[in-house]
Design a protein around this ligand. Structure first.
Ligand code: HEC
Ligand code: HEC
Length: 291
């Protein structure tokens, strides 16, 4: 019998085990990285973005941030469209990461205006009061070295022009980092496609707000909006909200769905109840302050 023949047994056992290896390793290699995975809109990093990416690695940002949205409902709701393999073809090495001390950054591009990023990198707590992200204000003091970047682009085989390299003069590491962050996940036009739609009729559940309610709701505004619209709605990165006398429903929609290409993020994650509280807070504040 074959089990009495050590050589034959060895060959058959090895073959059996290799079937598992084939299925779990070799086949995925055949399936991914094929032309079917290529996404036309995905383009290589520019010289400035590539430099930002190298800084991201140097500073170990990937120890706190992942860069991949898994195809799970909870992740897609929080971060946006799940990541496609074709989006990582120019990532060498890839930075998917495995630890989320901070949020996933795979769909960060276009979420905030540049100015928000400059301020957040310089002093994360000025934008998000309770964050434990370290400040990276000092990177703005380091100038870029265009020759070095040119060599990197050549090694990676990414396209660049001499003008592009020349334009790096006078730019610092902070500029490169922000350029990189704004490119993340923004090659494919997913934002328009997945704009949050509001289901059902919009009806203000708090038609008669009292002063004490408004005071309690102010915290929601200060935690989520003040960094961009100012502590007193005077406007900072975003416009002033003093005098924003929109209809309640419109105000609700702006806050709930955000303004996709205007740098106003969606706040659907706060839930409809808190968004309504914000709507009333803004309306009441405007009335109360006599604007
Ligand atoms: C010690 C962990 C830690 C490190 C290291 C870290 N971060 Fe963060 N990061 C956080 C936390 C926590 C948040 C969430 C609160 C906030 O926005 O600050 C965050 C938020 C962010 C956000 C905003 C994301 C969003 O969708 O609101 C960006 C952008 C960001 N980090 C970039 C970076 C970059 C770039 C680096 C490296 C230079 C870095 N982080 C290093 C913890 C970290
Ligand atoms: C990352 C910065 C940022 C944050 C945080 C932010 N906004 Fe905005 N917001 C903007 C920008 C930028 C615009 C202008 C967008 C445009 O008009 O294209 C805007 C526009 C608005 C508008 C329309 C104002 C007008 O005059 O057209 C309202 C209302 C608004 N935001 C409310 C809020 C509320 C309420 C919050 C907190 C839940 C909030 N925003 C958080 C950046 C932000």
């Amino acid at each position: 019998m074959w089990e009495k023949n050590p050589v034959l047994l060895l060959i058959l056992a090895t073959g059996t085990i290799l079937v598992g290896t084939m299925v779990t390793m070799v086949l995925p290699f055949v399936w991914v990285n094929t032309d079917a995975d290529r996404i036309e809109e995905v383009v290589p990093y520019t010289a400035l973005q590539q430099e930002g990416r190298d800084l991201y690695i140097r500073e170990g940002c990937n120890n706190c941030h992942t860069q991949t949205v898994r195809p799970l409902v909870s992740e897609v709701l929080r971060y946006g469209e799940y990541s496609k393999s074709g989006e990582f073809v120019y990532d060498r090495p890839f930075l998917w990461g495995s630890k989320r001390t901070g949020p996933d950054l795979a769909r960060l591009g276009g979420k905030y205006p540049d100015e928000w990023h400059y301020k957040h990198m310089e002093s994360p707590r000025s934008m998000v009061p309770k964050t434990n992200m370290p400040a990276y204000d000092w990177i703005a003091e380091n100038q870029l070295d265009p020759q070095m970047i040119q060599r990197k682009m050549e090694t990676l085989g990414f396209p660049f022009t001499t003008e592009e390299i020349k334009a790096l003069e006078g730019k610092n590491e902070m500029d490169a980092m922000v350029a990189y962050l704004q490119k993340l996940g923004s090659d494919i036009p997913w934002r328009e496609a997945s704009a949050t739609t509001i289901v059902g009729e919009l009806k203000n559940p708090y038609p008669d707000v009292t002063h004490s309610e408004m005071e309690a709701w102010e915290a929601i505004y200060q935690d989520n909006c003040a960094a961009c619209h100012g502590e007193h709605m005077e406007g900072v990165i975003g416009p002033e909200l003093v005098g924003a006398d929109y209809e309640e429903e419109i105000l609700f929609e702006i806050i709930y769905t955000g303004i996709a290409d205007g740098g106003m993020p969606s706040f659907s994650n706060l839930g409809t109840e808190r968004v309504w509280k914000l709507v009333n807070f803004i309306k009441y504040y405007n009335k109360e302050e006599g604007h």
